[in-house]
Design a protein. Sequence first.
Length: 453
Amino acid sequence: MDYQILSVKGSGYFCDVWKAKNEFKKTVALKQLKKEFVQNSDYIYRFKREISLLKELKECPYIIPCLDMECDNAKQIYRYAMPLADYHLHKYITKYNSGISLQEKIMIFDQILVGMKYAHERTIIHRDLSPNNVLIFIKDQNVQVKISDFGLGKDTNSLSHFSKSVGSYGQIYYVAPEQYENIKSATVKSDIYSLGKLLYFILTAKNPLIIEPTVGFYGLISKAVSENPEKRHQDINEFITHYEQLKAIYMQSETLLTSYETMKQYTENNKEQINWSEFHKMVLEGNVINHVFVDYLEPIVELFREVENLEAYTSYAKEEISTFLEAFTNHLHECYNQYGWPFRYLDDFARFFYNLYNILPFTVARLTCLKELWNISFEYDQWNAQTWMESIIRGRINPDNIEPFAEFLTGSNSKHADKIIQNGNLSQINPILRTSIRAIVQRAENMQNVSEF
């Protein structure tokens, strides 16, 4: 291999990448094992393995090809040439995020999925998928993706390097938890985890340390990045099926043009036939002109007085109901702190959360409903809401919600929670919740005693 080195393109833990010209004056990227590792038999093996994997995956247009290679034990040179990218994904998204449409972002992720599916079908796991090793090529204003860095993966030293390195751009966030415990324990589900984090970054341009529930595809992402591998998608095909279901929702919403500025205007003009794609888009936009209650909250609650409408929307939105709830509750909390809305409407909010809780099969969304219903019941002392809340915690609460709801209660200072105890029949309440409720009441009594003293 005869190459003219032009400049440094990047440097990782194992390798340096150079911009270079070959003997035919073609500009390429030249990836070379660092000098400090050329006598390390493990790293040499892994570098050669990467070349071998790229050759095996060469038919896939979304995986970087190996154009030329040199592995010379005598000269201690280990390098290969590949096409020179315009950007890596992290730089591309952070630089142009505001100008990249949802449709374009989905097209980028589509290509990544095709590449990963191709690899998984050949029992090849990436182990190190992140925005740093997804390469972007711009041709005729079209974006093409190519996945790189299949072979080297990570070890404990490189994990430490990436947790400290400024140039790693939060790469550590994309590594599945089980890979911290045992580097060699990566599975298909480890790549699923990385895909979930990667999709979040593409959509938000934010490091995926915390997955905010307002993000699109939240149901997909939250499942993919579960700490427990058994709770993730079982394989790439299950992940893609889930992704395509949600993509249909978002792509349809993206192309919708509406002349309505607020939810109030939309529901008034579409009472007979609600288009749930339009509705979902209006919910997330959350426009308010006069008052958050009149323009946003009231029309939604009035629409969902009819349980059939609520059932139809939840059937349409599926796991994305969490993004609806996040937007709705944010506006609701804003409303609580404003004047100019009928306080008696708290009962209607409570009924809405109660009905939604009973319809939903999704644990995270149901937990949100429980929290909001509890606050209306025992922060604002609404009798009807208390009746609905008690009917849930006295026997119909979803088992998956018990512990996280108890944790929420532990941090609550609800002034009227003693009414549950006054109503008796505490044996009907799950013991974990019962303990948390008693703690709330005891804390309130202690605060009262201090105040009187």
